[in-house]
Write a protein that binds this ligand. Structure first.
Ligand SMILES: Nc1nc2c(ncn2[C@@H]2O[C@H](COP(=O)(O)OP(=O)(O)OP(=O)(O)O)[C@@H](O)[C@H]2O)c(=O)[nH]1
Ligand SMILES: [Mg+2]
Length: 476
């Protein structure tokens, strides 16, 4: 078992920066100024949370609309993200969830104990050791979040006495030690994978033996793609097991691997959970992130922005729509129907529209619509339109009450009769147009307009959510 020395020297070999000078610590000389700036930060966090809540609500609405129109596929992830982020915000953003993750034996639990300056997490030479998530919480009021993380009562410890070292700077930190993600025990990576998306900051812990492990880098690539900010804290632990020269070489090699993984500016900290070298610097980095207050908000904003963009891409909702074609298509469909039910120049009772004929009308409609739709939406439109059988039925009902105009009297002179015949035919066509137009509207035009409106709404909602998230991300 690792012996942690709470009062031991915290050498700093990490290269991590110190906490922000305005980072909410208790050491500030200008107490009034510090209180005011902390109050302001609190208010900003509140405003940010309110804006984010609305943006998450928009994402959820967009996902639900997308699910109705396109099936659950593209919408499922967005909906799950919206629910997760809503749950996170409901529990407040005063806490920052930091998760230690890595392969078995890298020293996550040892580092957890070193950072917390206590022996709470189980450390052992047996592999794997940690079987469930364990947490240390600084300050009060985190029970809801711990429940949400699924960390049981006996598996977390609270440090909220004013006498605790660093309590001022670490207040609000929830440090989570996770089971490994690479041992043969399935439950372990399942637990880790469940909690990782809920964490605001990920600390990747590796060691001189396993720093090039593909399992680590695969995960890193995925995380960096999703959120650079969140992935950006990597700890090379156990540096006491190699010479300083070797440590430097490994640090350089690891940094190069991280850049190859897609990280633009990786931060690698060197630590030893045994000698405590570098531990203070990692703690300082966590203090900085915890005191920012907006760390959780920024993380929510980043996840939201990504989910909104993915949903927009997957639903292809941004395609600009010119609705003019619908009016033209409606006129053409009406004319086509009239041509089928009242063929030739004679005025006689309208024929029933056969189902096969109705099919050609809807097919022509689809052909007109297709240049204006991306492939995902074509299927949805085909489903939204009335079926040929339905179109036939609607038309027959609409035509039931339409009477053929009476013939002109025989007494009229020939040229008058010709004019009267023309007028009669015009009158007949007008009656048919009047009967057919609402049927086309209900069977074809209306469903098409509703579909395009939904598509546009998804575009507006997702763009709005991404914009709100970006505003918040850059303000943090
Ligand atoms: N020399 C040295 N040994 C360390 C260091 N950190 C951890 N160890 C030892 O490495 C072994 C594994 O440490 P743990 O903290 O249990 O590792 P873990 O990452 O939590 O492992 P799992 O819980 O199995 O995922 C233990 O024997 C520790 O004492 C370190 O910085 N230097
Ligand atoms: Mg462990």
């Amino acid at each position: 078992m690792t012996v942690v020395n709470p009062g031991g020297s915290d050498g700093d070999g990490s290269g991590i920066g110190e906490p922000d000078p305005d980072g909410g610590g208790l050491d500030g000389v200008d107490v009034t100024g510090a209180a005011a700036s902390s109050k302001l930060a609190g208010e900003l966090a509140q405003t940010g949370a309110t804006a984010l809540r609305q943006a998450i609500h928009d994402l959820r609405e967009a996902a639900e609309l997308s699910a109705q129109r396109l099936g659950s596929g593209p919408a499922e992830d967005a909906l799950a993200t919206a629910v997760r982020l809503e749950e996170r915000l409901e529990r407040g953003v005063d806490h920052t969830i930091v998760a230690l993750q890595g392969g078995t034996g890298s020293g996550k639990s040892s580092l957890f104990n070193a950072l917390a300056e206590m022996n709470f997490a189980e450390v052992s030479v047996l592999r794997p050791t940690t079987r469930q998530a364990t947490a240390c919480v600084w300050g009060p009021g985190a029970e809801d979040l711990l429940d949400w993380l699924g960390i049981e009562r006996g598996a977390w410890i609270k440090r909220d006495s004013v006498l605790e070292r660093h309590i001022g700077e670490l207040r609000g930190l929830i440090l989570v030690d996770l089971p490994d993600f690479d041992s043969a025990v399935d439950d372990h990576h399942i637990i880790a994978d469940r909690i990782l998306p809920l964490a605001d900051v990920l600390v990747w812990v590796t060691d001189p033996q396993k720093y090039a492990d593909p399992a680590l880098h695969e995960r890193f690539v995925a995380a960096a793609r999703v959120n650079q900010d969140r992935a950006n804290l990597v700890v090379l632990n156990q540096i006491d097991t190699v010479s300083p020269d070797q440590a430097e070489q490994i640090e350089q090699a690891l940094t190069e691997l991280l850049v190859a993984d897609g990280m633009s500016d990786p931060v690698v900290a060197l630590t030893s959970a045994v000698t405590l070298d570098g531990v203070a610097a990692v703690r300082a980095e966590l203090m900085a992130r915890t005191s920012r207050q907006t760390t959780a908000l920024r993380r929510v904003a980043a996840d939201l922005s990504l989910a909104a963009k993915q949903l927009a891409d997957q639903t292809e909702s941004q395609t600009p729509t010119s609705p003019d074609w619908i009016e033209q298509a409606a006129v053409q469909a009406g004319q086509a129907v009239i041509g089928l039910i009242a063929p030739g120049p004679r005025v006689q009772p309208a024929q029933a529209l056969e189902v096969a004929q109705a099919r050609t009308v809807t097919a022509a409609w689809m052909a007109q619509a297709m240049p204006h739709l991306t492939s995902t939406w074509v299927v949805s439109l085909a489903e939204a339109l009335a079926t040929p059988g339905n179109l036939t039925g609607r038309l027959s009902t609409a035509l039931d009450g339409v009477e053929v105009p009476p013939r002109p009297g025989f007494g009229a002179r020939l040229f008058r009769r010709a004019a009267a015949d023309r007028a009669r035919r015009a009158e007949w066509l007008a009656r048919l147009v009047e009967a057919v137009t609402p049927v086309v509207e209900r069977a074809l035009t209306g469903p098409t307009r509703a579909l395009l409106a939904d598509r546009e709404r998804i575009g507006q909602l997702t763009a709005g959510a991404a914009r709100a998230a970006a505003d918040l991300g850059s303000a943090g």
